[in-house]
Design a protein. Sequence first.
Length: 264
Amino acid sequence: MSDATASAPAHSILQKFQLTGKKALVTGSATGLGAAIAIALAEAGAAVACHGNRRAAKETADTINSAGGQAFAFSADLSHTASAQVLVDHAVEALGQIDILVNNAGMITRHEAVEFPLDDWATVLQVNLTSVFQLSQLAGKAMIERGVGKIINIASLLSFQGGIRVPAYAASKGGVAQLTKALANEWAPRGVQVNAIAPGYMRTENTSALQADETRNRQILERIPTGRWGEPEDLAAAAVFLASPASNYITGAVLNVDGGWLAR
């Protein structure tokens, strides 16, 4: 889609960031961070399967296609264990194979820990962690057979911090970070890099209430060394890097894209 690297010298470092000919599946890409990641991968040259949990990510796919890229839209409810296989099958049918998997789909449910319903616990763990393992396992098997592949998991600041009233989310995102390292250890010798990105406070619809709350917005910005909310494009750029050959010697990493929040 983009001409940014088209004129780069054949041996330019920019060539290592190109994804021309690659096929990517991005879960949870109907809106927000996932949509930004899907669009960025397409701009770098990848064909993209865009997934929505409740509805197909048609708007994201349309944005990519209208800009001259190639994208397909699918829906699959990842709160059901059978959906991962269905989604991978659809993506492979459309793309031919999956070279890049971005496990972005997730959910959050808030309750006091002492009252947290087990049904909600199970649903959050299924969507945020178990489906990540399922999709990685399904896509990773073919990547291992080809001897090349990239898996990017979206972790969280709560992969490192406990949060308040979100025990299931914190547990699931802590699990994502550890799963990333476990898969990286096993699959690196087979040519597959597995990494994660931990976003900080990002400017999306999901955080609009926090941004509108004058007190909370001020408290958040005071804690972030860069003094601003992250933009979806900040995360998307990190995803392109981890999806590209430029990151071939990076695996098992959890990259914080948080404006310095965790360093504070």
